[in-house]
Design a protein around this ligand. Structure first.
Ligand SMILES: *Cc1c(COP(=O)(O)O)cnc(C)c1O
Ligand code: SF4
Length: 354
């Protein structure tokens, strides 16, 4: 058995063990497990410092997950509405999601696709082939996002089968892999895997990172290996109360990403998925973080803050208003440190005269 598979087989997921280790109630844990499984990676387990540890809170079940709230639902992103078959979700004109794996190296307590894990989330070869067929037939697609679950939990052969088929379609120009593996199971980023992946350029990888403490030495090595293979690395972050909802933590996370050759891409407002009320932050927090990054840190450290709209509306930016007022063609802007500057616009009439 490959090393990474042994690590997964040995990860902590059993209620009794969890209860004992973290002083939680085994009955409550059983209830939580029925809604959403638990899997805690060994590499993280070693680093927990307390119950408020940002790594601990992301993966250890919390009784708060059992609380009801009417805004928090099964399918906050309306994926059921836009699903084309068991594994394809297409909301946008030129790109689609392709769910290829029903397993993750760690189960993040705030996962937006919790509903999928209620029953064992199984994706069959037939499902994969139906997904591939959809991609082949839909010539408007240019960009396929391979997701799940975590695609890097597939065996190399299965993943290669998928990449090779997608790549054989002339209309598909890029493939993106969405994964949390480099941060939670870096042992999976083997030389063999990377050698296979680099045959399928242009290949992009968007990696889920939420806290600077996730950059353990093995993770940094895995990122280097991926970047050296020419895979374009980006990040996705979820804004989480008590974990990364302050400008300092976010700034340091963005810098960790850049230092490890990962380009910050999105920071998501936490989706309205059931059992996550304890992770939610107000929108004003997202705006505060955006303002604290813009101008104060490298432009490259400015991930776009977005809300993935309920009901399947797609992603919209969380904006901060820098325009103070407008008088005719004179616009008064506040810059990042609050100073005011005038910009003179040109009207369409003036442009015609020139
Ligand atoms: C997020 C998402 C995408 C990708 O959106 P980008 O803004 O291009 O990164 C595509 N399809 C679905 C269904 C999504 O949820
Ligand atoms: S890795 Fe992604 S899909 Fe898997 S549990 Fe975490 S958020 Fe959900």
């Amino acid at each position: 058995m490959e090393k990474w598979k042994k690590i997964i087989a040995g990860s902590l997921n059993n209620s009794d063990e969890l209860a004992e280790k973290f002083g939680l109630d085994a009955g409550t844990l059983d209830k939580i497990n029925k809604i959403f499984p638990c899997r805690i990676p060994g590499s993280w387990l070693k680093h927990f410092t307390s119950k408020n540890d940002p790594l601990f809170r992301q993966c250890v079940p919390d009784p708060a997950e059992l609380m009801d709230s009417k805004e928090l639902i099964d399918d906050p992103l309306g994926e059921v509405r836009f699903k084309k078959n068991e594994v394809i979700v297409q909301k946008y004109p030129d790109r689609c999601l392709f769910l290829v794996s029903g397993e993750c190296a760690m189960y993040c307590r705030f996962c937006t696709r919790k509903r999928k894990f209620k029953e064992p989330f199984v994706i069959t070869q037939k499902d994969i082939d139906n997904g591939l067929q959809y991609i082949m037939e839909h010539k408007e697609l240019r960009d396929v996002l391979i997701s799940g679950g975590d695609p890097l939990l597939l065996d190399d052969d299965r993943l290669e089968y998928i990449l090779q088929k997608i790549k054989s379609a002339d209309h598909i120009k890029i493939v993106r892999i969405g994964t949390r593996v480099p941060g939670v199971l870096p042992e999976r980023i083997t030389a063999k895997l990377v050698k296979m992946l680099k045959k399928y350029h242009p290949l992009y990888m968007n990696i889920h990172f939420n806290h600077p403490a996730e950059f353990l030495p093995d993770t940094c090595r895995a990122l280097k290996r991926l970047a050296d293979a020419g895979i374009v690395l980006g990040s996705q972050t979820v804004l989480l109360k008590g974990i990364n909802d302050d400008p300092e933590t976010m700034r340091s996370l963005m810098w960790k990403l850049l230092e490890n050759r990962v380009r910050p891409y999105y920071i998501f407002q936490c989706d309205l998925v059931y059992g996550t009320a304890h992770f939610r932050t107000p929108l004003s927090k997202a705006q505060e973080i955006s303002s604290a990054l813009r101008g104060w840190s490298s432009g490259m450290a400015n991930a776009q803050l977005v809300i993935d709209l309920p009901g399947g509306g797609g992603k919209v930016p969380v904006t901060v208003n820098y325009l103070k007022e407008r008088d005719g063609n004179k616009l008064c802007y506040r810059n990042y440190c609050g100073e005011e500057y005038i910009y003179t616009d040109i009207s369409e009439d003036d442009m015609e005269k020139k």
